[in-house]
Design a protein. Structure first.
Length: 307
């Protein structure tokens, strides 16, 4: 006799620009499983979001009532499913009471999209990272320091007394992708790999003279042509130059503060190496667990409101 798979009580979704991650959540809060899809916001028109979600949860829809779905990320952008407002900092991470309740065609869905955060000067916005911050604060409510959230657009958020005081976004990951994939430098770079010595040297160099970044970038191409610069070393130096320039610009955030990096490998490790070389002592936490904790907190608020 076959045993049917357990049904989730609710669905957690991190809906980004290029991908979405969906977790089927029971009341215990321990995800039954995770589904990854390439149906990110950037590939969808507004009327395609609901069919995509229904396709992913069709086996979980109840015979009566509705399935609760809590989303964070770009589904709430102006180009997304339904625009969720920004809350201006300083502010606590958004709660479920401030979420946008999406008008769905299917009565079997009840979808809530959490708001982002905004900053007037310097102008800045975030969507998705605020839920990570909420998840982190759910485990460390008294944290006073800086969260570094690496990614395509990395964020530095100053957190104190349960609020995001200020934040700054850097397009470091996107610049790396553009320069390594579309610029003249693409001919000189390996497709993967990290040479720690080349990376750290580039970080230190650009932090001492960040105004020379544009020239230092072209030197990678020139050294490749004139001196046969190793392709892995060139890739590592490109990464080091860009992350080092970011650290130089974000110095007021991390210098002398408790620093937590969201991530455990890959690009997060590169930030840890770069910061440690500057005398900082960052620690790392699991970014996915931060996101899930933030979505769990929102669902707990929803249940408490319903009782």
């Amino acid at each position: 006799m076959s045993v049917s798979a357990p049904r989730p009580e609710w669905i957690a979704v991190d809906w980004g620009t290029s991908h979405l991650r969906l977790w089927r959540m029971p009341r215990s809060g321990v995800a039954l499983d995770r589904t990854d899809s390439d149906k990110g916001m950037g590939r969808l028109t507004r009327d395609q979001f609901e069919p995509v979600l229904l396709d992913l949860v069709q086996n979980d829809l109840p015979a009566e009532g509705h399935l609760t779905v809590i989303c964070c990320g770009m589904a709430g952008s102006r180009q997304g499913w339904s625009e969720a407002r920004y809350l201006a900092v300083p502010s606590a991470p958004p709660s479920i009471a401030q979420a946008t309740h999406v008008q769905t065609r299917s009565p079997s869905l009840s979808v809530h999209i959490l708001p982002g955060l905004s900053q007037a000067s310097p102008a800045d916005v975030m969507r998705g990272e605020e839920t990570q911050i909420s998840g982190f604060l759910s485990t460390e409510p008294d944290f006073d320091g800086v969260l570094c959230l690496p990614g395509t657009h990395s964020k530095w958020a100053h957190v104190s007394a349960g609020e995001v005081v200020s934040f700054r976004t850097f397009m470091t990951g996107e610049l790396f992708a553009l320069l390594s994939g579309q610029s003249v430098l693409r001919h000189s770079l390996a497709s993967s790999g990290l040479d720690p010595e080349s990376f750290s040297g580039a970080v230190a160099h650009v932090m001492s003279r960040p105004e020379g970044l544009a020239g230092d970038l072209f030197s990678l191409r020139a050294e490749s042509l004139l001196s046969g610069l190793d392709a892995t070393a060139a890739r590592s130096r490109l990464s080091g130059l860009l992350i080092g320039a970011e650290l130089a610009a974000a110095r007021s955030y991390w210098l002398g503060r408790d620093i937590v990096i969201a991530g455990e490998s890959g690009i997060a490790s590169a930030y840890q190496i770069a910061l440690a070389a500057q005398g900082a002592d960052p620690r790392m936490v699991d970014a996915e667990e931060m996101t899930l904790n933030g979505l769990r907190a929102a669902y707990a608020q929803l249940r408490e409101h319903a009782l």
